[in-house]
Design a binder for this molecule. Structure first.
Ligand SMILES: Nc1ncnc2c1ncn2[C@@H]1O[C@H](COP(=O)(O)OP(=O)(O)OP(=O)(O)O)[C@@H](O)[C@H]1O
Ligand SMILES: [Mg+2]
Length: 262
């Protein structure tokens, strides 16, 4: 089998005719944590949506390979069944669908698609797993029967995204500002949930964030900075510390100066 890695090659993409991504290159291997930082509006969420196949976003050129296959031809659900997961910056409310039903349906779809003849979890097995993961994320039992995200606080929605991830056990997860809006304790809980997935089944992670704080808990192997639809700098976790101290201006200036010369 091909390596479990996500390879983004010179990806260009737009929304409603406006070019946002202007050639993104990035490779994420199983088990690696890549932090993606960068100013507001630089295209981070656009990249996340394009990778998951959101219909509003258009791929103009480039390639995205996952386990050696071009995923840009796949429907969003097919990408998910292949092991990709996106935690949204702004999770949607789904009135009428309980957390427990939603997760059971999603898990069933995943096990049916795996085509290995294995039946999905039995109801008691599912309940046990849900309980275990909810405890991990310190979510009260009552959340299981509530409608998905309806009336959830900002932080609760974020924890719910991580619960979905912990239940679905993806191989590669894109977490879009999962840390924003979390209180100090919830941040640690969410980070523990993410680290659990990383350790338990070697999940690869693209962690989109504005703050170095979460990177104290989820140690990045690489840090990238996006600006104007491109990755303009990459480095180790020290880069995140440098950004915290100096902001983005120095990187932008260096990038623009280089653009001018070429
Ligand atoms: N429908 C649209 N029409 C035109 N421009 C759009 C549309 N939707 C998004 N954009 C623009 O795309 C750019 C990239 O947005 P994106 O959400 O990817 O940024 P981001 O890096 O995730 O920012 P943030 O850090 O604030 O979350 C922004 O300038 C945004 O205004
Ligand atoms: Mg965003």
């Amino acid at each position: 089998m091909a390596d479990v890695e996500l390879v983004i090659k010179d990806l260009r993409g737009s929304i409603e005719g406006k070019e946002i991504l202007k050639g993104v290159n990035l490779t994420i291997k199983k088990g690696e944590v890549h932090a993606l930082m960068g100013p507001n509006g630089s295209g981070k969420s656009t990249l996340a949506y394009l990778l998951m196949g959101h219909p509003k976003y258009q791929v103009d050129s480039g390639e995205v390979l996952y386990k050696g296959e071009n995923i840009l031809d796949m429907e969003p659900d097919e990408r998910a069944r292949n092991g990709l997961f996106l935690a949204f910056q702004y999770p949607s409310e789904i009135p009428g669908v309980s957390v427990s039903n939603f997760l059971r349906t999603a898990l069933k779809a995943k096990s049916e698609a795996s085509g290995n003849g294995k039946k999905g979890l039995s109801i008691p097995e599912f309940r046990r797993k849900l309980k275990e993961k909810m405890t991990l994320l310190q979510l009260d039992d009552s959340f299981a029967s509530r409608y998905l995200n309806e009336g959830f606080s900002g932080g609760e929605k974020k924890r719910m995204e991580i619960l979905q991830m912990a239940m679905l056990e993806p191989e590669m997860a894109i977490l879009d500002e999962t840390d924003s809006g979390l209180d100090i304790d919830a941040l640690r809980t969410v980070a523990e949930g993410v680290n659990y997935c990383k350790e338990a089944y070697g999940m690869g992670i693209l962690l989109i964030t504005h703050y170095q704080r979460i990177l104290h808990y989820i140690k990045p192997d690489h840090v990238h900075v996006m600006f104007d639809g491109r990755i303009i700098a990459s480095g180790s976790s020290e880069l995140a510390e440098e950004l915290e101290a100096k902001g983005y201006e120095w990187l932008k200036e260096a990038f623009l100066a280089k653009e001018e010369v070429s």
